[in-house]
Design a protein around this ligand. Structure first.
Ligand code: UT7
Length: 329
């Protein structure tokens, strides 16, 4: 049975207990609160406990989203986890989350790998699968334990990231509601792989050793910054054009939470006041695939996103990948 439109029926988020401030960071690498805050807008981030895995954070966020959507696990027949920090190389984190949540055996569960754009990629994928008529309710989760892939001696990367999870439940638009996913758009530029990557640990360089590159994140920050501004602007403009919506009609833009200066330049490009943007990176840093679902959950709970609001989601990340989505609540 195919529904005519699908909506985000519930949202949830989870952040680990441990707060690591910029002052704490300055005890680990040669940096300062002033440098980090003035260049990025970040004040603190959360760090998961050693025994707290990506799947645990994903499961916690998903439970809140299910409750918010007033659905039980047995009603979910599709689960997608976007992550660049899976619990294990195999099986998928989604299968581990399936067991932890007690989802039915008939559910389709898999991971999506699109780094910080992962949530938008997973949202697009889930929406297409629901539209096919073969699935009814999807859980889409972005979850990361980035603290495990950071080089804690590299001040150019470790100060930027944090651990978290966010989740949404997608299903048929309830009767009488105008809520719906209006559109999505995905892009990638594979020739820029080495601007932001984890060079070791995969099949190209499986074992640690003297000639093997590290399995930690490396980034050419300035180049990624320029890419992020240019491509997030494109992704925002394209989705608005595709859906026949003007920027002014958007009530709340929820951008990937990487850097306040990147977000400010998108606000200028769209000619929207900065208060039209939801920003929480001050508290969590960049949580990659978790960043947008964590932000939309906070935006809903704080009343920034209300029923009937139109939200623009826009992301970029390693790949390089980028993408956007328009959502009516
Ligand atoms: O989800 C995608 C993730 N990636 C991103 O979002 C990254 C996008 N890029 C950025 O956000 C910015 O490029 C950064 C925040 C990473 C860096 O800001 P920047 O203004 O581009 O700084 P920079 O890399 O040009 O570095 C300026 C200076 C350098 O010193 P010198 O060479 O001028 O003496 C760096 O060594 O700042 C130094 N520096 C630091 N100083 C204190 C770099 N990192 C730090 C640090 N603390 N943490």
């Amino acid at each position: 049975m195919s529904a005519s439109s699908f909506a985000l029926l519930g949202t949830g988020a989870y952040v680990p207990e441990r707060v690591m401030t910029n002052e704490d960071m300055a005890k680990v690498v040669d940096t300062s609160d002033d440098w980090i805050f003035s260049r990025t807008g970040i004040k603190e981030r959360r760090i998961a406990a050693e025994d707290e895995q990506t799947s645990d954070m994903a499961t916690a966020a998903a439970k809140v989203a299910l409750e918010d959507a007033r659905l039980t696990p047995d009603q979910i027949d599709l689960l997608i986890v976007a992550t660049l920090t899976p619990d294990l190389p195999m099986p998928s984190t989604a299968c581990i989350v399936q067991a932890k949540l007690g989802l039915p055996h008939r559910a389709a569960c898999f991971d999506v790998s699109a780094a910080c754009s992962g949530f938008v990629y997973a949202l697009d994928t889930a929406w297409a699968m629901l539209q096919s008529g073969r699935y009814r309710h999807a859980l889409v989760i972005g979850a990361e334990k980035l603290s495990t892939v950071l080089d804690w001696s590299d001040r150019t990367t470790c100060v930027l990231f944090g651990d978290a999870a966010g989740a949404v439940v997608i299903g048929p638009t309830p009767e009488g509601s105008k809520a719906e996913i209006v559109g999505t758009k995905l892009y990638s530029e594979g020739e820029n792989t080495e601007l932001l990557w984890i060079p070791g640990g995969g099949s190209a360089h499986p074992a640690p050793g003297p000639d093997v590159p590290p399995r930690f994140m490396q980034m050419k920050g300035r180049e990624v910054f320029k890419f992020a501004v240019r491509e997030m602007e494109d992704a925002a403009r394209d989705i608005l054009e595709q859906c026949g919506v003007s920027a002014d009609e958007v009530d709340c833009v929820v951008p990937h939470q990487a850097n306040l200066r990147i977000i400010d330049s998108i606000a200028k490009f769209l000619k929207l006041p900065s208060d039209r943007f939801f920003v929480n990176l001050e508290l969590y840093g960049n949580t990659s695939a978790a960043s947008i679902p964590l932000a939309i959950d906070e935006a809903r709970r704080s009343g920034r996103i209300k029923d009937g609001s139109l939200s623009l989601l826009v992301a970029f990340g390693a790949g390089l990948t980028y993408g956007s989505a328009l959502v009516r609540w």
